[in-house]
Design a protein around this ligand. Structure first.
Ligand code: URA
Length: 352
């Protein structure tokens, strides 16, 4: 049977699943079966009262065998058949009518319908603009049925829902406040490092290197002076040096001064970056203040610790890590977000 949207018209949160399952088909209500019970549990952990949410699905009728592919023309599930296209239009009109502050996409189908993206593991936990209804704020997380099959997704999903709850208080998508300067010229980069050294208000910096194989040669060096400002310098273009030797020497001499100053240095997986700087460039970073990978492991041993995951739960930045959205600012974004994460983890360590 058709399973319609349920919940109060003034809900701040709309929850969108994939399609009704067997129980939902029998009862005519969304999320009342096994996945629904897990959803209730997850919402409870995030202090989101289910009865205050609008709950719906992309497809409004159970597909045969619960296979959502049934509603698509193609095996990659990107071209909806007319029936599904009509339901997606209906979803759009319901979002326009009810104007929830946030729409929570449960799983890849809802993520795709609302934002055009497909890779739930890359985009979950980030605030995304809807491509279905412009101006609508979307946060995707794992589908409760995926949590049923893989229990390690439970806590990330709870954290995503807690973030969604915070964001349900207002409709605005946070404006980007970050400035990244990728591929700076040598003079600009050296001046930037000198400025940081001289600036007593700049107490913490994050450093990130991109390397190429074989040999782990440093291709790009990124430095953040705040979670909102970072700059990077290309040292290699392909396999060739990006600058004359004298310029590169000046870069590394200034960098050595910087890492030997009193700045608190942050890195993600510092064992690698410090090793490369030491083995390839003879620069020893002695006063590391925090390795965000280790700090995250200390705080949340059961959670992933890659930068993309940590940013999704600690920060309000856009999803820069996915190969699908990578730009020239990848490295400076890594550096700035490493610093942002470090400041959150510092508070979390104190709290714990
Ligand atoms: N799974 C969904 O995506 N929706 C439901 O309503 C139930 C299970």
């Amino acid at each position: 049977m058709l399973v319609h949207t349920e919940g109060p018209a003034d809900a701040k949160i709309m929850i969108v699943g994939e399609a009704p399952g067997e129980e939902e088909d029998r009862v005519g209500r969304p999320f009342v079966g096994y996945a629904g019970r897990t959803l209730d549990n997850l919402l409870g952990q995030a202090s989101i009262p289910r009865y205050q949410c609008l709950i719906t699905n992309v497809a409004r009728e159970r597909p045969p065998g619960n296979k959502i592919m049934y509603y698509f023309e193609d095996s990659k599930c990107t071209i909806p058949k007319p029936k599904l296209a009509a339901w997606i239009d209906k979803l759009a009109s319901e979002i326009r009518l009810y104007k929830p502050n946030i729409v929570i996409a449960l799983g890849a189908t809802a993520l795709w319908a609302l934002t055009g993206e497909k890779k739930i593991s890359d985009f979950r936990g980030y605030i995304l603009p809807s491509t279905l209804v412009e101006g609508t704020k979307v946060l995707a997380t794992y589908h409760p049925q995926a949590v049923n099959y893989d229990w390690k997704l439970y806590f990330p999903t709870v954290l995503d829902l807690r973030k969604a709850k915070r964001h349900s208080e207002f409709p605005e998508i946070p404006a980007t406040t970050q400035t990244f300067v990728p591929d700076a010229d040598v003079k600009q980069f050296v001046a930037y490092m000198e400025e940081i050294i001289a600036d007593d208000d700049c107490t913490h910096i994050a450093i990130d290197v991109e390397t190429v194989q074989p040999g782990s040669h440093i291709e790009e060096l990124g430095i953040a002076r705040s979670p909102n400002y970072s700059m990077s310098l290309m040292l290699l273009r392909g396999k060739a040096p990006a600058m004359p030797e004298a310029d590169e020497l000046l870069v590394w001499q200034t960098f050595t001064k910087l890492v030997n100053s009193d700045k608190k240095i942050v890195m993600q997986n510092a064992a690698y970056d410090i090793g490369v700087l030491w083995c390839n460039n003879g620069i020893l970073v002695k006063n590391l203040w925090m390795d965000t990978l280790l700090a995250a492991h200390v705080c949340w041993p059961e959670l992933p610790r890659d930068l993309g995951f940590l940013a999704s739960i600690c920060l309000d930045v856009s999803p820069w890590k996915s190969k699908l959205v990578r730009t020239k600012s990848y490295n400076p974004a890594d550096a700035a977000n490493t610093l942002g994460i470090a400041l959150v983890l510092d508070g979390e360590i104190d709290r714990q």
